[in-house]
Every structure is written in C-alpha cells, then in structure tokens.
Ligand binder design. Structure first.
Ligand code: SDX
Length: 434
C-alpha cells in the first residue's frame, strides 16, 4: 500500500498446508485493511466478495463515512458544517483540491468555471435526436458521452492540463446540459447561462426562466438547490463512483468515464431511488395506507422495498437525510406552502419505520434519497429529473475520485477475477449429433 497508510500488524493465513503473512494497514480513520495483493501469487487462490461488502478498492483522501455513527466528512470537514456554512462551488474546490480555498483561489476557480458554462452550439442539435418524452437520464447519459465529440482537446488522461480542463468543463457544463434536458422535455426554448449569477442560481434560471416573462430568482430556492448539490457531491466508493474509477482505469477519457458514472447512478437501488421514493410516496397516497407498505417491505416474498431506506454503509441515520429534511422544512415555511401530503406521508412513514423492529434490527434508516425527492419536488422539478439533479451534484465527486485514481502511482487497470462454476472443458458436438 502507498501514500498515507501506516503498517499496523500482520494477518496470518493458513491455507492448503501453507502459512502466509499479509500486511495490515491503518488509515486516518475507519477499519484497517489487509493487503491481499500477493494472495494469488503466494497461494493460488482468489478472494471472493460480490457486492464488495468487505473489500476496499482503493486508498482515498477525499471522503470518509462512519456508517455506525452516521458521520460523513469531505476532506475532513463534516457534511452538516459544509451544508450550513459553505456553498457548492466552494465544496467543489475542496473536493477537487483537498483544501478550502482562500478568497483569491475561490475567485479564480469561480471565474474558470463561468468561462466554460456554455455548450458548443452544435450540441444543441444533439438533443433533437431524442424523443421529447425520453427519460432525462437517457439524455444525460448520451450528452455527457457526446462531450468527447465536441471537446477533443481535453481527453488525454495522462496530460494534467487536459485533465484539469476536462474537470472544469464537466463541472461547468453539467448545469447547462441538465437545464437543456429539462427544457427539451417540457418543450420550452433553451436558456443560456448568465455568468453573473452563482452556480445554483444560474442553473435554476436556465431551467425555469421563459422568454415571455421577466425571471426573478427566489433566494430560498437558490439556497436549497445549492445545499442539495452539496449533499450529493461525493460519497466514497459508491456504485457510480466505482464505475467511474473502473472505466477510467483503462485510460478511457474523462467524458466517457463520467458518462459511465451517470449510467450507473440511474439504477433505482442507487441514484434512481429519489425518483422511485417519490413515486412510492404518491403510490402510498395516504397515511393510513402506510402499514400496508411497511408489511410489503418486510415480506420476503415481495420484492418491494421501502425506497429511500437502507444503506450499505450507514447503519445509523444518513447525516445527509437529516439536512435534507431540514431543507424541506425551510422550503415549506419560507415559501409559505403548506406541508405537502407527500411530506406528511414521508414523515409518518419515517416515524413508523424507525419504531418497527424489522427496520430497527436491520438498521434501515432514511438515506439521502428519502427527502431529496420531496425537496426537488418543492423546488419545482418533475420526478423524472431527480436523478439528473443527483448527477449534477455528484459530478464533482466523480471527477475528484477519477483524478485521484489517475494520480495514484499504484493505480493499474481494474480487472477483477472470479470463481468459475460453469461446464468443465468439453469438445464441440456437430449439430447433426445433438
Ligand atoms: C444511494 O453507496 C452509496 O453511498 C450510495 C449513496 C451515494 O451517495 O452514492 O448513498 C446513494 O444509492 C442511497 C441508497 C438509495 N437506494 C434506496 O433507497 C433503495 C432502497 N434500499 C435498498 O435497496 C438497499 O438498502 C440498498 C441497495 C441501499 C443497500 O443494499 P445492501 O447493502 O445490499 O443491503 P441488502 O439489500 O443486503 O439488505 C439487507 C437486508 C435485506 O434483508 P435480509 O435479506 O437480510 O433479510 O435489509 C433488507 C433486505 O431485504 N432491506 C430492506 C431495504 N433495504 C434493505 N428491506 C426493505 N426496504 C428496504 N429499503
């Protein structure tokens, strides 16, 4: 292991009459690791861990989660402090560079981002190839991958300048892409970025301003949108981030690797859960139907799961869900809208689930997707845009993790092995003899 780990003992493995020693390393916080790199060479056996419940894929200095205590740190800073005191662009600088920026660094970074918010004008024609009712995530997966056709001067992973430019372009253009996808799906004209506005405000204006009306930003919505992006920015080696790292490990250019991450995020077990959760809350429809759905979630023969609940790592309350819930309450009170029936169902569902022994025993708590859909719905987005908004926040995490991997001297192409249980070697049988 390299970089910042420190040796912390040795694991002894006795296997097939052989005893081998495997080094144990400690990081800054969290579980120690056993370095099994030499296992196959020394013993001829692989490890097997589908779903990677006990397997680390890399060393990282970006984000740390303590699932037992419900703690999430970005470069050491707790998520609730960042959500309260920082802004998405500042958190993006932190994730990308490792430290909070001083004023000069932040101004330079913000300026670089605003210089790249516009899309190549030919990309607008790209949208016309989609049906109007295409799922927004289908359009995002396609258009992010297509960026490689428009920005060929920032595709070489081995060139730090090209990689930096690709990172800035992805962070700067995602809001423009996401807004165009929304506008295309509602049949309204595209709105170009206005660089005098902040990141979240610029995005909301590109989504919700129309030529026929003077657009006035709502600071409450801007603050809520900015906080939503912070809460979704990065989260260790989740499925989509691991997808980005694996894609990038082959040397695939940044736009291809991030497009792979977008595709992986779409799944309902991952980033698609916010959309699935709101649909579930609408399906529940009223507080008195909650017990019926709780029963279904507990029924082993029913594939139904309570969307927005449970997490591979958090066995306590997801700290992001807490901040997300506070954000929804702020939106409701400051916009002076009455708590939506869906929010009432969500809060009652949470209350009942957290008292139910099935959920308590399996440590199933609300995750980031439980309230994020309600927040996005309150801001005014349609349900099928929710995962696009998740991708908008997560892009900086994907890019930061991709850069960290490429800069890691120990990095090699990711190529997992397997245990084979298919047919043993056999000879071909001509069709006339089958
Ligand atoms: C995200 O990894 C990340 O960091 C992801 C993320 C990020 O920021 O990148 O945090 C974002 O993806 C959040 C998760 C969003 N997904 C959902 O809300 C979908 C609903 N949740 C589940 O599908 C599930 O909880 C997962 C996918 C999130 C976690 O799956 P695991 O870790 O593989 O857990 P599991 O499926 O093995 O479940 C353990 C047990 C099972 O019961 P048993 O087989 O032990 O009897 O808990 C049960 C499951 O049936 N269970 C649920 C449940 N989630 C787990 N039962 C009912 N409802 C649920 N939601």
């Amino acid at each position: 292991m390299i970089n910042k780990t420190k040796r912390n003992g040795t694991a002894i493995l006795k296997i097939k009459g052989k005893t081998i020693e495997l080094p144990i390393y400690s990081g800054t916080d969290g579980p120690d690791v056993i370095d099994v790199k030499s296992l196959y060479a020394e013993t001829g056996v692989f490890t097997l861990d589908p779903g990677f419940t006990s397997t680390g894929s890399c060393e990282s200095q970006i984000t740390f989660i303590n699932g037992e205590e419900g703690i999430l740190l970005h470069r050491g800073y707790p998520i609730d402090q960042l959500a309260e005191n920082s802004g998405f662009l500042e958190v993006s600088y932190l994730l990308l560079n490792g430290e909070l920026p001083n004023q000069a660094q932040f101004s330079e970074f913000s300026h670089r981002i605003t210089q790249h918010t516009m899309l190549h004008t030919q990309m607008d024609r790209f949208f016309l190839g989609f049906r109007r009712d295409s799922h927004p995530m289908a359009m995002l997966t396609g258009t992010v991958g297509a960026m490689s056709a428009f920005y060929p001067d920032s595709m070489d992973n081995t060139d730090p300048d090209e990689r930096r430019l690709a990172s800035i372009r992805l962070l700067a253009k995602m809001p423009t892409l996401a807004a165009r996808i929304y506008k295309y799906s509602v049949g309204q004209p595209f709105v170009d970025p206005l660089n005098e506005l902040g990141y979240a405000e610029n995005f909301l204006r590109m989504c919700f301003s129309i030529p026929a009306e003077k657009y006035v930003s709502n600071p409450v919505l801007v603050r809520a949108m900015d906080r939503l992006l912070i809460l979704q920015a990065d989260h260790e080696q989740n499925a989509s981030t691991s997808t980005v790292r694996l894609a990038g490990s082959s040397g695939a250019h940044p736009y291809a690797s991030i497009a792979a991450g977008v595709a992986s995020l779409w799944g309902p077990s991952h980033g698609g859960a916010n959309e699935a959760c709101l649909r579930m809350l609408h399906e529940i429809g009223s507080v008195d139907r909650i017990p019926e759905f709780i029963a279904r979630a507990k029924d082993k023969d029913d594939p139904f799961r309570l969307m927005g609940f449970g997490h591979r790592v958090y066995k306590n309350y997801d700290p992001r869900a807490k901040v997300m819930q506070q954000t929804v309450h702020e939106l409701v009170s400051e916009l002076d809208v009455k708590t939506s029936p869906v929010m009432q169902i969500a809060m009652e569902l949470e209350r009942i689930a957290l008292e139910d022994e099935y959920f308590v025993e399996k440590k199933l708590y609300p995750n980031v997707d439980f309230y994020s859909g309600i927040a996005m719905d309150t801001i005014g987005f349609p349900t099928d845009m929710f995962t696009v908004l998740f991708a908008l926040g997560r892009t900086v995490g994907w890019v930061s993790q991709l850069n960290e991997m490429i800069e890691d001297p120990a990095q090699r192409i990711g190529r997992p092995r397997q245990i084979y249980t298919g047919p043993a070697k056999r000879d071909y049988v001509p069709i006339s003899k089958r």
